[in-house]
Design a protein around this ligand. Sequence first.
Ligand SMILES: N[C@@H](CCC(=O)N[C@@H](CS)C(=O)NCC(=O)O)C(=O)O
Length: 253
Amino acid sequence: MYVLYHAWRSSASRRVRLCLAEKGLAFESRLIDLARMEHHAPAFLKLNPNGVIPLLVLADGRSLYESGTICEYIDETHPEPPLRPADAFGRAAMRNWIRHVDGLIGNLIVFNWAHSMAKVATQWSDAELAEKLKNVPSKERREAWLRTARKPYTEEERAEARDKLTVGLLDRMEAMLAAGARGHGARDEGVWLLGARYSIADIAAVPFIKRLDEEIAPHEITAAKHPRVHAWWQAIQARPAFAAARIGPFSET
Ligand SMILES: N[C@@H](CCC(=O)N[C@@H](CS)C(=O)NCC(=O)O)C(=O)O
């Protein structure tokens, strides 16, 4: 059985749980407490030098990181139901989309880390903070932890991040869904991001859209503003895998 190092509210972990749920695959859950920086412990960094979750450990002990890569691995080793396009071009387009969504993560951090991470990080002394930052492998994430602990993102920065997510995700998705609908005729066939087949491209966007819908820009995910994304989101939430993957509300209250 797979072992998954993850957190319930981690967006990248949510992707992997969605993928496993679509396949009906069980996993042994190892929860990582990000606020306690368990993912920067030496033993974890040995498995993922990037110091982030999720991490999937295979039955033979080897492990994989990067949610998009993990989802592809799962699909390749458990082909039913397929979660990737059948053709090479479609799979290449899927990878480009995942890469694009991954590139927007900094904008999500602006909102996500203001919850439980900030609650803990703001309590650290300067000495504790300095010590913890030493273990964070990337410059970007060191900066994110520093901001979370000491200098909360301003309203201006939040507005900028919201705009980038609206244009980079919602507008792009609206266009992709429209193209899919044109290419495949019947509306329900064109509901997914790469056309007729639900795929890892859709899974990659789900955790982001969940956060946009519940906190960051709910007014944008409406029939009036982004009708195709709105319909896509309804269809996603109706999938049994969505409930099984436990994509619950983000904030604690
Ligand atoms: N591109 C990576 C991103 C992983 C990632 O950023 N994970 C977050 C949780 S969603 C994390 O571990 N954050 C803690 C940190 O950066 O210290 C993936 O898709 O797996």
